[in-house]
Write a protein that binds this ligand. Structure first.
Ligand SMILES: C[S@@+](CC[C@H](N)C(=O)[O-])C[C@H]1O[C@@H](n2cnc3c(N)ncnc32)[C@H](O)[C@@H]1O
Length: 409
């Protein structure tokens, strides 16, 4: 299966789910261990490939052994290996990672190692992106209170996942391990959704109010739509736009579970969409959760660093600029435009916002800190943007900028 993942034809989690679905009799623990080993191999692929050069036998087996070494104790794994494999692994265990070149140690392609070097405290960020993430869920404020849900989780079988309130988001609960949240009654009745804490904070920056007209311009499967709608207390109108009908379709059951009645999903065209044109200058808030490299989510999607390349990134940057320009036209005078990504690269983030503001003087940048002060505690701000990082904030990497269309004088 690792061999198939390494063809890069499909995202790793899709290959893994397909493989696991074909093995219905495999136990929950075995499934979790296979998933962990595959993701570990993807996280550390460059380092493991460097190590695998010294072994013998099929390369995918050597990579799999290195992934499994992160899951099983030395004793358990060694018992399943051949003599030469045991000796090879023992030799590797003695290598000091600090002796390896940085890009090999960090398991990054050269181009990405160079781009990340410009980000402040790059080493800490890269190390955090190379570690597995906990799972964050969000309480649906329309249906439940965080304290009540937390109490219920701690009193039931979910207690083994050590539920804790998230530090920054007032709606989040952090779980350790790999719980199957989608089978929990609180999930089925719409009280809980899976959503990274960073994504929750980003919605707080949009801060929609009751009765407003709001557009989630790149709504996808509705991760942020659901919280936007709940903050509007299911009033007003919340357009969920996306060019992908398949992604929007995945939002449908989630909206149904959440109890929201203000969401209007619309499949739009990338250019010249008439529905978008009709909304020119009308929306109080527009969120652009732009398609991006996703490099801020490497903890959960480690294959992204191997699936992206400088050309795909340059293309994404052009798409981002175009979507931002189009979405901005929908913002009413005095209304708010939020541009967000789950990337940590300046070219997808600050640089996009600066270029947009230079071209569109009718928009001004707002300070994210004061907007978030009443809802989200313990956040660090350096400048006007919201920037979240796994090493500092414990969330995936996110960026967001809030802008306002000036009212005519
Ligand atoms: C980062 S994802 C959105 C994730 C979603 N907001 C969430 O929180 O779950 C970006 C989305 O932008 C959509 N997209 C790509 N090009 C677009 C365009 N020109 N206009 C609107 N949406 C677009 C993609 O289909 C994708 O669903």
């Amino acid at each position: 299966m690792l061999g198939e993942v390494l063809q890069w034809e499909y995202p790793a989690d899709a290959v893994l789910s397909h493989w696991l679905r074909a093995r219905p009799h495999m136990g929950a623990r075995d499934r979790a261990e296979v998933a962990e080993a595959v993701f570990d191999a993807l996280r550390h692929l460059r380092r493991y490939r460097h190590f695998a050069e010294s072994g013998s036998g099929p390369a995918a087996r050597r990579l799999a052994i290195l992934g499994l070494a992160s899951v099983f104790s030395e004793q358990v794994l060694d018992a399943a290996l051949q003599e030469d494999e045991r000796e090879w692994l023992a030799r590797l265990r003695r290598i000091d990672p600090a002796s390896l070149p940085a890009a090999v140690r960090h398991s990054l392609p050269d181009w990405l190692e160079q781009r990340l070097a410009d980000v402040p405290q790059a080493e800490a960020l890269i190390e955090a992106l190379n570690r597995p993430a906990p799972l964050d869920v969000r309480v649906n404020p329309l249906k439940a209170e965080r304290a009540t849900v937390l109490e219920a989780l701690r009193a039931g079988p979910a207690a083994r996942y050590s539920p804790e309130p998230t530090l920054h988001s007032p709606w989040g609960i952090r779980l350790q391990g790999r719980p199957s949240v989608n089978r929990w009654p609180l999930f089925e009745n719409g009280s809980l959704e899976v959503q990274d804490e960073g994504s929750q904070v980003l919605v707080a920056l949009v801060a929609p109010k009751r009765g407003e007209m709001v557009i989630d311009y790149c709504a996808g499967a509705g991760g942020k739509t659901l919280l936007l709608g709940a903050l509007m207390r299911s009033t007003g109108r919340l357009y969920a736009f996306d060019v992908s009908a398949a992604r929007l379709a995945r939002a449908k059951p989630r909206v149904a579970r959440s109890g929201l009645s203000n969401v209007v999903p619309v499949v739009i065209r990338a250019d010249g969409d008439q529905r978008v044109k009709r909304l020119a200058g009308k929306a109080h808030r527009v969120l652009v959760d732009a398609p991006c490299s996703g490099l801020g989510t490497l903890r959960r999607n480690p294959d992204l660093k191997w699936r992206q390349h400088p050309e795909s990134l340059a293309e994404l940057c052009q798409v981002q600029a175009r979507i931002l320009r189009q979405a901005a036209r929908c913002v009413a005078p005095g209304g708010r435009l939020v541009y967000a990504t789950c990337s940590v690269l300046p070219e997808e983030n600050e640089n996009q916002v600066q270029a947009f503001l230079a071209e569109n003087p009718e928009f001004e940048l707002l300070e994210a800190g004061p907007i978030l002060a009443d809802r989200c505690e313990n956040l660090t701000f350096q400048g006007p943007y919201l920037s979240l990082r796994p090493d500092r904030d414990g969330t995936d990497g996110f960026f967001a900028a809030a802008m306002q269309r000036r009212k005519p004088a």
